[in-house]
Design a protein around this ligand. Structure first.
Ligand code: 48F
Length: 261
């Protein structure tokens, strides 16, 4: 008599492979693809899935959360300015006041609650998957992304000549942070300009990022630090309210686009 139910190795293999392949097949087409699972991407994903949209997040790392997981200065703490602590209340993340209108929370707690909330809402995630290009449609509208396994991209070409996988969608959200990786695919082809992010100025940056979260090219929305990189806005250091509220704004813009299409 053993504690666990008897199971053959082949059953474990089949369970994982068939479940994964079913998900790839199902998400070969989605309504929204979010590239990057940092704070802005996770909030956008949660809002979209809550609104009933078929939403896929693609993340190149084997962990989710981006800079939200690490917090500031490798010290595992995040700061949030009012009114963004309301989102922490909604997620059930404990925090304490640091000074007037400024709150501090444990990054792993905040991040894991946000990841769980996005998953609970119905977001699907492909991790260890890197977006390496975009799919375009008429008038260069963005109609999807082209992905590959992250480790493949780091192998020399002669070893890894592997065709990437195209995934279709109605709208793509670039939530890749400072790098703005999806935007760069358009910049390389002369379809969009990118200013590069400005110097640090906390007071200016967060409002500006939320305000300028928008569709910057047909089918492409930017959120989070990608907004600062595209429009030359100041950076903000380890304060995350702007990221969270930018993610909310990106979801609102995406819902409008999907409803029109
Ligand atoms: O950098 P990141 O956390 O982006 P964010 O949501 O938040 C920025 C803050 O963390 C912080 C800040 C403000 O407080 O300055 O930096 O704008 O998360 C971006 C995620 O995108 C992934 C990357 O691994 C990270 O988890 N990513 C980047 N490029 C790709 C990608 C790519 N080509 N394909 C898939 N994922």
């Amino acid at each position: 008599m053993t504690l666990f139910h008897p199971v053959r190795e082949r059953e474990v293999t089949k369970a994982i492979v068939s479940s994964f392949l079913r998900q790839v097949e199902e998400y070969a087409e989605s309504e929204v693809i979010i590239v990057g699972a940092g704070p802005s991407g996770l909030v956008a994903g949660r809002e979209l899935a809550k609104a009933g949209l078929k939403t896929l997040i693609i993340e190149r790392n084997n962990y989710l959360g981006g800079g939200f997981w690490i917090g500031g200065y490798f010290m595992n703490k995040i700061t949030i300015r009012a009114p963004a602590q309301e989102l922490l209340d909604e997620l059930g993340v404990p925090y304490s006041p640091a000074s007037q209108g400024l709150y501090v929370a444990d990054a792993p707690h905040a991040c894991s609650r946000l990841i769980a909330a996005a998953c609970d809402a119905g977001v699907k995630v492909f991790s260890l998957t890197m977006v390496e290009d975009i799919v375009v449609r008429e008038n260069n509208r963005v109609g999807g992304v082209v992905v590959n396994w992250s480790p493949i991209i780091h192998l020399p070409n002669e070893v890894s000549a592997l065709d990437p996988i195209p995934l279709e969608t109605k709208v793509v959200i670039d939530a890749t942070g400072h790098d703005a990786c999806v935007v760069k695919k358009l910049v390389q082809r002369g379809m969009l300009k990118m200013a590069g992010e400005g110097a640090l100025w906390i007071d200016k940056s967060e409002d500006a990022v939320v305000e300028r979260t928008s569709e910057v090219h047909p089918g492409l929305i930017i959120t989070g630090m990608a907004v600062a990189s595209v429009f030359g806005l100041p950076r903000m250091g380890p304060t995350f309210g702007g990221m969270l509220l930018s993610g909310k704004r990106a979801a609102e813009v995406a819902i409008e686009i999907v409803q029109k299409r």
